[in-house]
Design a protein around this ligand. Structure first.
Ligand SMILES: Nc1ncnc2c1ncn2[C@@H]1O[C@H](COP(=O)(O)OP(=O)(O)OP(=O)(O)O)[C@@H](O)[C@H]1O
Ligand SMILES: N[C@@H](CCO)C(=O)O
Length: 345
C-alpha cells in the first residue's frame, strides 16, 4: 500500500523507498589538494523510507565498516537528508534509514563524502528530484568544505574542482583506460580534522609554485593518458610532507613505489590510506603488494591491500513503490557490488 499520508497538495509526491549506491573516492591525487578527486570501485549504500510519528526514526547498520556510526538523529545521513527536505519545503521528520558501507571509516577513502552524496541523492529522489545535480554538488561541497571527494562520488571518474566558499565548479574526466589503483589501508584511523590541523597556515611561494605546476601537469597528463608522467606529476609539497609524521611508512612508499612498478604513489585524501596507481598492462601487481606490505611492516603497521578500479559513475538509484514485488529486497540485492567486468570507461 502506498504511503498516501506523505502527499500534500502542491508538494511533490513522496516516494515509498529509495536505495542509492555511491562510489568511494580518493582526494588530492598528490598535488591537487582539495581540488582533484577520483571515484573508486568500492561502495556505500543509503536506503531511505519515510516513517510515521509512531514508528519514529530508525537507523539500521549493515556490515563491519559502519560500526560505531550514530544510530540516532545525529547520523550524518539523517542530518543531510533533513537539509534537503527543509530546502525543498517538505516535512519528513521521521525516516527509516538503512546504511551499508564497504568503505572503511576515517581512512582517507571518502566515507563521509559518500554518506553525504548518498544522503543528498536519496533524499532528493525520495521527494521527486526538485534539485539538479549541480545543486546537489553545491550542497555537498558546503557540507564537506571541499569539493574533491564529494565531486568524485557525485560525478564519477576523475574530477578537477574549485570552490570559492560560495560556488563550486567541477570538470569530469574519463579515467585513462589502463589505470588501476592499489589502496594500502593501515589498521589505524586518522580523522580528516586531525590531518588538517597539522597543516601550516602559510606556504613559501616556491612550494606554492611547485604545487600549482604539478597539479596542472597531473590534470593534463590524466586528461591525455600520459601515464608516463604520473611519477613526476604526483609529487606534492603542500600537505604530504606535513602529514608524513601521522603515517609511519608513508615517506618510504612515496619515495620508492615507482621503483617497484607503480606509476606514482600518494596519500589518499587526508590519509592514512596510501594510493598507488598502476598500469594494468605492465605493472607487477605482486611486487607492488609485497613492497608496500614490507614497508609498512618495517614500521610495525599491518595493512589491508585492495586493488580497485577508477569508477566511472556517480550514484545509482532504485526508486520503489511499496506495492513493488522488489520492495522488501535488501539494498545490496537491489544494487549489488558490480563485477569488475562492468567497469566500462
Ligand atoms: N555511511 C555513513 N553513515 C553515516 N556517517 C558516516 C558514514 N560514513 C562516514 N560517516 C561519518 O564520517 C566520519 C568520517 O569522516 P572523515 O572525513 O574523518 O573520514 P573519511 O571521509 O573516511 O576520509 P577522507 O575524508 O580523508 O577521505 C565517520 O566518523 C562518520 O561520522
Ligand atoms: N582534500 C582533503 C580530503 C579529505 O577530506 C584533505 O586532504 O584534507
Amino acid at each position: 500500500m502506498k504511503l498516501e499520508q506523505h502527499q500534500t497538495q502542491g508538494a511533490p509526491t513522496v516516494k515509498d523507498r529509495v536505495v542509492v549506491r555511491v562510489p568511494a573516492s580518493t582526494a588530492n591525487l598528490g598535488p591537487g589538494f582539495d581540488s582533484l578527486g577520483m571515484a573508486l570501485s568500492l561502495f556505500s549504500w543509503v536506503d531511505l523510507r519515510p516513517s510515521t510519528p509512531e514508528e519514529g526514526t530508525t537507523v539500521t547498520l549493515l556490515g563491519d565498516q559502519v560500526e560505531g556510526v550514530a544510530t540516532d538523529k545525529t547520523n550524518l545521513v539523517y542530518v543531510v537528508a533533513q537539509e534537503v527536505f527543509a530546502r525543498a519545503g517538505v516535512k519528513l521528520p521521521e525516516l527509516h534509514i538503512t546504511l551499508r558501507s564497504d568503505i572503511p571509516l576515517t581512512r582517507g577513502l571518502g566515507s563521509s563524502a559518500s554518506a553525504i552524496v548518498g544522503a543528498l541523492f536519496a533524499a532528493n529522489e525520495l521527494i521527486g528530484s526538485p534539485f539538479t545535480v549541480d545543486e546537489l554538488f553545491q550542497m555537498a561541497t558546503a557540507e564537506e568544505n571541499h569539493p574533491d571527494n564529494v565531486g568524485a562520488s557525485l560525478f564519477g571518474g576523475i574530477i578537477a574542482a574549485a570552490w570559492d566558499g560560495t560556488r563550486a565548479e567541477a570538470v569530469r574526466l574519463n579515467p585513462p583506460e589502463a589505470l588501476e589503483a592499489l589502496v594500502v589501508i593501515p589498521e589505524f584511523e586518522l580523522s580528516t580534522k586531525k590531518a588538517r590541523t597539522i597543516l601550516p597556515q602559510q606556504l613559501s611561494l616556491k612550494d606554492a609554485v611547485f604545487n600549482v605546476s604539478h597539479s596542472s601537469l597531473l590534470t593534463a597528463a590524466l586528461a591525455t593518458g600520459r601515464l608516463d608522467l604520473l611519477r613526476h606529476a604526483m609529487r606534492d609539497k603542500l600537505h604530504q610532507p606535513y602529514r608524513a609524521s601521522l603515517v609511519p611508512g608513508m615517506d618510504a612508499i612515496l619515495r620508492d613505489a615507482a621503483d617497484h612498478g607503480a606509476l606514482g604513489a600518494v596519500l589518499s585524501g587526508a590519509g592514512p590510506t596510501l594510493l598507488l596507481l598502476a598500469d594494468s598492462g605492465s605493472s607487477d601487481r605482486e611486487e607492488m603488494v609485497r613492497f608496500v606490505t614490507d614497508a609498512m611492516a618495517a614500521e610495525g603497521i599491518s595493512v589491508t591491500t585492495q586493488w580497485l578500479l577508477p569508477w566511472p559513475h556517480g550514484p545509482e538509484a532504485v526508486v520503489l513503490d511499496s506495492d513493488d514485488p522488489k520492495f522488501e529486497l535488501e539494498l545490496s540485492e537491489l544494487l549489488p557490488v558490480p563485477a569488475a567486468a562492468e567497469v566500462v570507461r
